[in-house]
Design a protein around this ligand. Structure first.
Ligand code: GLT
Ligand code: MN
Ligand code: MN
Length: 400
């Protein structure tokens, strides 16, 4: 494989192990097929993917059960494939931080897995998840992602969404109790998506997943796996979704990619669309405003353009990581920019010492009630957000 030579002089953006950059087998292994056209690349096998990712400098590789073990594979074939995969991991030092279950591809899941109206299909979905989680544990995974691609509907005539929502809860509760009984210390990360492949999907946003978690038997085991594309598809803010998850200590995993608003799930190279959105997301993840850094794996759930050969796939993978690192540097320079600090300090200042009365007590309620506010004067202050935002743009563009 050739080395990344777009910027051969500049070594500072090389990925390092402690960046915890990961890719799924299904991402760099995507052969470029789409609903309208055949694949444009040869399919490479999981062992080749592990070696390719290691050469790119990734930390780990994630997988669905069926990315490694074809559906319906015998126990013997399974052992052989897992053995070879483990060998490749050992040779390269790559980790498997996350595993997930494919509950969307096989026709049996055409009307949902955990939310199928048929209890036999719901039971099969649990069985498949248990097998997949066991394999994940064998490979060292600490996080199990659940993406319910088929958990939705085209018509609400077929089932009551309240039933479906309850069945999804039953499934996550079942699996969390089972994992606990196995003595495994795993985290579940729930991934939302508004639609596609279903007309509508239950729990369509990270925010709705966060509420769902609070209704589970073992909420402490469960967090979210927000994806840029999935929040952006409907025009929502990924920054707000991730901030809400971080503030609730529920950001267990993250899927980084890019998306044009209002389209199908594009899964584009991280930072290739909405560079300012990507900048503020990285700034959040790297720690700012007195909040700590997100320390979990950063998974690029994206794939190369269909125009690419395998070489282009590695360009894509290196591009994702490189852009993240460049944005992390820019976020740091923005945070340390004296003018930024000055504006933020001024806007947040508490010259009348009022922050102490904003949490409820009877005395504080009395203080608020009798306060002499001056909304006319308060509304006069310009907040200098035009300047702040332009400074952010200047940092991103490298002119500051
Ligand atoms: C699928 C989906 C992704 C999920 C993967 C995990 S599978 O590619 O589009 O967003 O994260 O199941
Ligand atoms: Mn995803
Ligand atoms: Mn996606």
């Amino acid at each position: 494989m050739r080395t990344y030579n777009l910027y051969p002089m500049n070594e500072m953006y090389q990925p390092e192990k402690n960046d915890k950059f990961t890719f799924g087998l299904w991402t760099v292994g995507n052969p470029g097929g789409d609903p309208f056209g055949l694949p444009t690349r040869e399919k490479i096998n999981p062992v080749q993917i592990v070696h390719g990712l290691a050469e790119c400098g990734a930390y780990g590789v994630n997988l669905h059960d069926n990315d490694l073990i074809p559906f319906g594979c015998s126990q013997k074939e399974k052992q052989a494939v897992v053995g070879k995969f483990k060998e490749a991991l050992k040779e390269t030092g790559l980790k498997v931080p996350m595993a997930t279950t494919n509950l969307f591809h096989h026709p049996v899941f055409k009307d949902g897995a955990f939310t199928s109206s048929n209890p036999e299909i719901r039971a099969f979905a649990l069985q498949k998840s248990m097998q997949s989680i066991s394999m994940g544990v064998e490979l060292g995974a600490e996080t199990i992602v659940f993406w319910g691609g088929r958990e939705g509907a085209e018509t609400d005539s077929g089932k009551d969404p309240r039933d479906a929502i309850g069945w999804y809860r039953d499934a996550i509760n079942f699996l969390s109790h089972w994992v606990n009984d196995q003595g495994w210390n795993l985290k579940f990360a729930l991934e939302a998506k508004p639609n596609e492949p279903r007309g509508d999907i239950y729990y369509p946003t990270t925010g709705s997943m966060l509420h769902f978690i609070s209704t589970l038997d073992k909420p402490e085991m469960c967090g979210v796996n927000p994806e840029v594309a999935h929040e952006n598809m409907t025009g929502l803010s990924m920054v707000f979704a991730v901030a809400q998850a971080m503030e609730a200590s529920k950001l267990f995993h993250i899927d980084l990619n890019a998306q044009k608003i209002g389209r199908y799930d594009q899964d584009l190279r991280f930072g290739s669309e909405d560079i300012k959105g990507a900048f503020f997301l990285v700034r959040l993840l790297e720690g700012c405003g007195g909040y700590p850094k997100y320390d979990g794996p950063k998974h690029f759930d994206a794939h190369a353009y269909r125009t690419e050969s395998q070489e282009g796939v590695w360009d894509f993978a290196k591009g994702c990581m490189r852009t993240y690192k460049m944005l992390a540097e820019k976020a740091n320079s923005f945070n340390n920019d004296p003018e930024v600090k000055e504006i933020l300090l001024k806007n947040h200042s508490d010259s009348n010492n009022l922050s102490g009365i904003l949490s409820y007590s009877k005395e504080n309620a009395e203080a608020i009630r009798s306060m002499n506010a001056n909304p006319e004067k308060l509304s006069k202050a310009g907040l200098q957000y035009e300047k702040l935002d332009q400074i952010a743009v200047e940092h991103i563009m490298g002119t500051r």
